[in-house]
Design a protein around this ligand. Structure first.
Ligand SMILES: [Zn+2]
Ligand SMILES: [Zn+2]
Length: 179
């Protein structure tokens, strides 16, 4: 397991003066160390992440707002075809200066704090991306999925496609003829 201090999501903001109103822009680009998304659709580990954000000093900390651009892969919830979806998601989070955070609730998980000059933007990005992902991704909105009997794509099959079904309870009688 990699040490957390190695995380590419930890950005060093030492160039940003701690005076309210100061602002700096940042650009990061690196391969996602771990997947980001849902089991159905995720930015796979190794996929390029492009992150642009601005950091703005406010009275209690640094407000970070930006966007992450990448590509997610997954499969259609109906036909199971592989699909790719562009990710272009905004995120925004306030990172309190450590000294200010201690004045707030000590173990409030909702509050992000700087670690010295470092702000770890992984969780805000992860949360924003996961929230924006469809719960049931589809290759196209009107995907008709697969035939539940033969597993073929419904779009390839003739309209009205169906399977003659003999109810197993009656199959013993299939050859039965009245005498
Ligand atoms: Zn589909
Ligand atoms: Zn079928």
């Amino acid at each position: 397991m990699k040490s957390n201090s190695q995380s590419p999501f930890k950005v060093n903001l030492h160039e940003l003066p701690r005076r309210a109103g100061e602002m700096k822009s940042y650009h990061l680009e690196f391969a996602a160390p771990e997947p980001i998304g849902t089991p159905m659709l995720a930015i796979k580990a190794g996929t390029d992440l492009k992150i642009d954000f601005k950091a703005e000093a406010v009275s209690d900390g640094v407000l970070i707002s930006g966007r992450v651009v990448s590509e997610a892969q997954g499969e259609c919830g109906r036909c199971l075809d592989e699909l790719r979806e562009d990710v272009d998601q905004e995120f925004r989070e306030l990172f309190m200066y450590e000294s200010r955070k201690s004045e707030a609730e000590e173990d409030d998980d909702e509050i992000f704090a700087m670690d010295g000059d470092l702000a770890d933007i992984e969780t805000p990005i992860r949360d924003a991306v996961v929230l924006a992902m469809p719960l049931n991704p589809l290759c196209k909105p009107d995907c008709q999925g697969l035939c539940s009997e033969c597993g073929e794509r419904m779009e390839k099959l003739a309209p009205g496609h169906s399977h003659e079904k003999v109810d197993p309870r009656w199959s013993g009688l299939a050859g039965w003829q009245p005498k």
